[in-house]
Design a protein around this ligand. Structure first.
Ligand code: NAD
Ligand code: TDX
Length: 332
């Protein structure tokens, strides 16, 4: 039985991964999470005690990290400050967690010769024009736009350098935009679903023409497990499910699925430096590791996600008012 140390396991994608691993393998999972505003223990409720342990702590705490890494076989590193809008207002925590936190983990993984998998984002590649026929590949040059994506790019480069200079047994993955249960209400899709539930009109930045390449969080999890099992050390794998949609279409679909008029939303001030389009070419992952998405139908996945937010108001309600108050202050 493998012992996984999952950082950031109380966040959106980390929690989805923990559920996925416990349901689909016999691994033991230890979660290390600081429980920032983005972490929620309720996302990990009801997991089997004999295969799951939660440790509250900071990935920048070298002593704690050293002890936990020593006690595991594989580190799967999700913990991050993850929201672009926050990074534009207060970049400092992004540098601490995304750069120093990653450094702290790879130093421990190097010392104890542990397998390491680094979770990253397609945003490290910058953006594409709307009419660009190309998509991001593993060979696209890094060109991040925001404090968030630049710190993720920095963390990727640290991991690559530790592979090359110190022989760290690491793989990396850069995934497109995730959606599904347990996502914080600050993010686009849950913000709009919970706005509609609350009778608030959805808020679209700028014209709403920006394109994101949506993937269900469970498909991200199955790809990460495939890379941990079969990925080649030192390699990067792009994860995407061919889910390009512009923001306006997504808002209109949410409104339609929730029984509202499709034009019942507001345009608000645009995000500074707003990336125009992300699109992933996941050929390497599919051809080398035989991975395919199991939830490729965005409309059906979105309908399930809407149902989850309707049925789990207790989970998101405590964060909603403060999140909307912050957006209102920002004119968004
Ligand atoms: P999230 O903000 O929902 O969760 C982040 C988690 O990390 C939280 O539980 C938080 O408490 C924890 N954390 C933050 N700082 C910490 C610290 N210093 N020490 C320990 N724990 C800390 O983020 P998410 O959307 O689940 O993203 C998880 C990872 O996936 C990130 O690395 C992100 O860059 C990457 N990613 C996200 C997406 C997406 O669409 N959300 C897409 C591609 C990649
Ligand atoms: O209210 C909103 N209205 C709106 O139009 C919000 C919150 C967002 N948007 C737009 C901005 C983006 O074009 O929707 C799109 C998605 O926004 P976010 O959910 O903030 O995601 P994004 O900035 O694309 O980044 C996400 O995907 C890549 C994650 O937050 C990152 O952690 C991940 O790396």
């Amino acid at each position: 039985m493998q012992r996984l140390l999952v950082t950031g396991g109380a966040g959106f994608i980390g929690a989805s991964f923990v559920h996925y691993v416990l349901e689909n393998t016999d691994a033991h999972v230890t979660v290390l999470d600081k429980l920032t505003y983005a972490g929620n223990l309720d996302s990990l409720a009801g997991l089997p005690a004999e295969r799951f342990e939660f440790v509250q702590g900071d990935i920048c705490d070298a002593g704690l990290v050293d002890r936990l890494v020593a006690g595991c076989d594989v580190v799967v590193h999700y913990a991050a400050e993850s929201h672009n809008d926050n990074s534009l207002h207060d970049p400092r925590p992004f540098l601490d967690t995304n750069i120093i936190g990653t450094y702290t983990l790879i130093e421990a993984a190097r010392k104890h010769s542990r397998r390491f998998h680094h979770i990253s984002t397609d945003e490290v590649y910058g953006d594409l024009e709307l009419d660009d026929p190309e998509r991001f590949t593993e060979n696209t040059p890094y060109n991040p736009s925001s404090p968030y994506s630049s710190t993720k790019a920095g963390s990727d480069l640290l991991v690559r350098a530790w592979v090359r200079s110190f022989g760290l047994q690491a793989t990396l993955s850069n995934c497109s935009n995730n959606y599904g249960p347990y996502q914080h209400v600050e993010k686009f899709i849950p913000r709009q679903i919970t706005n509609v539930i609350d009778g608030i009109r959805p808020k679209l930045y700028g014209k709403g023409e920006n394109v994101r390449d949506w993937i269900h969080a469970n498909d991200h999890s199955s790809a990460v497990l495939a890379i941990i099992a079969k990925g080649r050390i030192g390699e990067t794998y792009l994860i995407g499910a061919g889910g390009e949609k512009n923001n306006k279409d997504v808002v209109e679909l949410i409104l339609k699925l929730m029984g509202q008029a499709p034009d019942d939303y507001d345009h608000v001030v645009d995000r500074p430096g707003h990336d125009v389009r992300y699109a992933i070419d996941s050929t390497k992952l599919r051809d080398e590791l035989g991975w395919t998405p199991r939830f490729p139908h965005f409309d059906a996945g979105l309908e399930d996600t809407i149902r989850w937010y309707r049925n789990n108001e207790d989970w998101w309600r405590p964060q909603k008012a403060a999140t909307e108050a912050r957006y209102t202050e920002q004119g968004q």
